[in-house]
Design a protein around this ligand. Structure first.
Ligand SMILES: NC(=O)c1ccc[n+]([C@@H]2O[C@H](COP(=O)([O-])OP(=O)(O)OC[C@H]3O[C@@H](n4cnc5c(N)ncnc54)[C@H](OP(=O)(O)O)[C@@H]3O)[C@@H](O)[C@H]2O)c1
Length: 381
């Protein structure tokens, strides 16, 4: 049986990814900001009354971190009042709600990944507005799911990967901060995680067991699983980001390394000609350490799946290395103090995703998604 699902913020990175990946039994209504402004309580109520969704996924947000300092009111309207409006309408219609929040609810003073119990203490207006949204939404609908994520990127929309490539292609030397650490999250992975979480939460225990759903320890078992062993994700806060933690500068290096690989093999013919590792793991295990720390090499190289844009690899490594210097030489690390910004950002905002992993929804390494995103962005220019 189909279930009605409403997606708000349909044209953003996450909104688009959700639409691409929706399971066949979801009848999705995806509305952009012009079709449904979540700050308009009445419009939200009317839309939800008319659609009567079983599930609402809020992918709408005000994400302009710097501008939020001047546009505080707007940031709070979208990031706090918006989720509250959705929660009230959802309650009235009997709909469940998935909302997305941010790593910027933390102050970054920790040096180990933040779990869901860690105390938020936002440093900027954007983070404050996202935290307020979480609180108001969960007060209204305690069984809603709030997923905090971080550093979202995709081949569409505005994000760090697109900004780095654009600057590099314009030939501008780049100074990138090397003292802010986070975990980039591919929008497709986030969409998949939300779909998996909602699927687990909304399925009947019996059908989850029959489907051999993930067990509490994250392993998958085929059938024969008692309903009592199947996790039913309670409402509340969850963390989901990529599994590769690195600084902005290291992220930029990883982007440019991938860009060099594409530049050396623009048509991706090396892969087509079978000249590369057929598992698609070559990028992760490549000769160059993009982060300069071994971090990406330490990440599990894994097979490109149909859900991930796959990365190409040059047939000739030396060509890639030559190209690579071209891009990487334009990049230099700076401390945040040298970056002119009125906004204070957390120095460390890595999220611990073990609660999601225990549901069988583990975080994914950057190496699985970044090469394909870089290739798609370069092809679109
Ligand atoms: N991007 C990141 O790096 C990042 C980091 C941490 C957490 N997150 C969170 O992850 C979620 C998804 O982010 P994303 O990267 O997909 O965001 P995005 O690409 O910026 O998309 C957000 C969408 O929300 C829409 N929107 C803005 N105001 C709205 C309103 N009043 N009513 C309805 N829609 C509205 C925007 O539409 P218009 O363009 O028409 O305004 C845009 O399409 C958000 O909750 C975000 O806060 C993102």
């Amino acid at each position: 049986m189909k279930i009605n699902v409403l997606i708000t913020g349909a044209h953003g990175q996450l909104g688009r990814s959700l639409q691409k990946m929706k399971p066949p039994h979801w009848a999705v209504t995806a509305l952009g900001s012009k079709q449904l402004d979540i700050t308009d309580a009445q419009a939200v109520q009317e839309q939800v009354r008319a659609l009567r969704p079983a599930l609402i996924i809020n992918a709408a947000a005000y994400n302009a971190v710097d501008r939020a300092e001047q546009e505080r009111e707007r940031a709070f309207a979208v990031n706090a009042q918006g989720p509250l409006n959705l929660a009230r309408a959802a309650n009235e219609a009997g709909a469940r709600l998935v909302h997305v929040s941010s790593d910027y609810v933390f102050d970054g003073h920790s040096r180990q990944p933040y779990d869901e119990q860690a105390k938020p203490n936002p440093l900027n207006a954007y983070g404050e507005s996202k935290l307020q949204g979480e609180k108001w939404l969960l007060r209204e609908q305690p069984h809603a799911w709030v997923l905090r994520t971080a550093w979202v990127f995709s081949a569409e929309g505005q994000n760090f990967v697109a900004a780095m490539l654009k600057a590099a292609q314009q030939g501008r030397p780049l100074r990138v901060v090397d003292d802010q650490t986070g975990a980039p999250t591919f929008a497709g992975d986030l969409a998949q995680a939300i779909i998996a979480l909602a699927g687990l939460a909304m399925a009947e225990p019996r059908s989850r067991a029959a489907a051999g759903g993930p067990a509490a320890d994250g392993s998958r078992r085929e059938g024969g699983l008692g309903p009592q062993r199947v996790p039913h994700p309670a409402g509340g806060v969850y963390h989901y980001s990529g599994s590769t933690a690195l600084t902005r500068y290291e992220f930029a290096r990883a982007i440019f390394q991938a860009a060099n690989v594409v530049a050396a093999d623009p048509a991706g013919t090396a892969r087509a000609a079978g000249a590369v590792d057929p598992t698609g793991t070559a990028w992760a295990a490549g000769a160059v350490d993009p982060a300069g720390t071994g971090e990406l090499q330490a990440a599990q190289p894994s097979t490109s799946s149909g859900d991930h844009p796959s990365g190409g690899h040059p047939g000739g490594e030396s060509a890639a290395r030559t190209q690579q210097r071209d891009y990487l030489d334009m990049l230099s690390p700076i401390p945040s103090s040298d970056y002119p910004s009125a906004t204070v950002r957390p120095k460390y905002s890595v999220l611990s995703c073990s609660k999601m992993a225990a549901l069988g929804i583990p975080p994914k390494p950057l190496a699985e998604s970044l090469p394909g995103v870089v290739r798609a962005l370069m092809a679109s220019r």
